[in-house]
Design a protein around this ligand. Structure first.
Ligand code: SF4
Length: 226
């Protein structure tokens, strides 16, 4: 598989924020968000592919994950579903021992093999503020699939109140369960999170949605492997 990094940390975002986890970060992404905090997984104009991407066998990845004492795995990227067949094979070895969360950008539908092995989907569809063309980041069939999954949470990256109209329209259009929608500040540095966390938490409260922190950014800024 094409892997960016494997490391132990705490889950900084979403409904499991604060839990100890082992992170498997896959390389490559099919979007290009301007504010992406992991450009080293896909931006080969500014990062060196040979240095950033490790091609590791499923057997070796399994060994690296199993040698830790943590049994909570977060698969993130990049876009993990670009390698979903390999992920499904990896998870056949790790389940049921591990609780598995997968972060995805809502542009690829997971296959049945992978779906059966994932405990929790953290779906983060991108909106206009990401700088991607809308036809690339709003995939009707993906929204439709994930909105029907009981183990799925939607997490939107928010800069300011201008984003709320678009997000509320998406919630209505795809009948998303508001109890499972989180707003998270757009921030890659400690100063950005400080300037946005109060604004975004108030927007979440006013919209009757949940707020997601970015604990890793609050604690470590843009340091990698944290
Ligand atoms: S979808 Fe995620 S990994 Fe891909 S460019 Fe956007 S923020 Fe980065």
């Amino acid at each position: 598989m094409k892997i960016s990094e494997i490391f132990e940390s705490i889950q900084g975002e979403g409904i499991n924020a604060g839990k100890q986890a082992i992170f498997l970060r896959t390389a490559e992404c099919n979007l290009k968000c301007t504010w992406c905090d992991t450009k080293y997984t896909w931006d080969w104009k500014n990062y060196d592919y040979a240095k950033e991407v490790k091609e590791i066998s499923i057997k070796e990845i399994r060994k690296l994950i199993e040698q830790t004492t943590i049994r909570h795995l977060v698969i993130t990227g990049g876009e993990p579903l670009m390698q979903q067949d390999d992920l499904a094979e990896l998870l056949t070895f790790l389940k049921p021992e591990f609780y598995v969360e997968v972060e995805t950008n809502c542009t690829i539908i997971p296959n049945n093999a992978l779906s059966a092995l994932v405990d929790q989907w953290n779906v983060s569809p991108k909106t206009k503020n990401s700088g991607n063309l809308l036809e690339l980041c709003e995939k009707n069939e993906c929204y439709s699939f994930f909105s029907k999954q009981k183990n799925c949470y939607f997490k939107y990256v928010v800069e300011d109140d201008n984003d709320l109209t678009e997000i509320n329209n998406l919630i209505s259009k795809y009948c998303l369960d508001k109890d499972k929608v989180l707003l998270m500040p757009q921030a890659t540095t400690k100063s950005e999170i400080i300037s946005r966390e109060k604004i975004v938490s108030k927007l979440a409260k006013d919209s009757k949605l949940s707020y997601s922190p970015r604990m890793h950014v609050s604690m470590w800024g843009n340091q990698r492997g944290k």
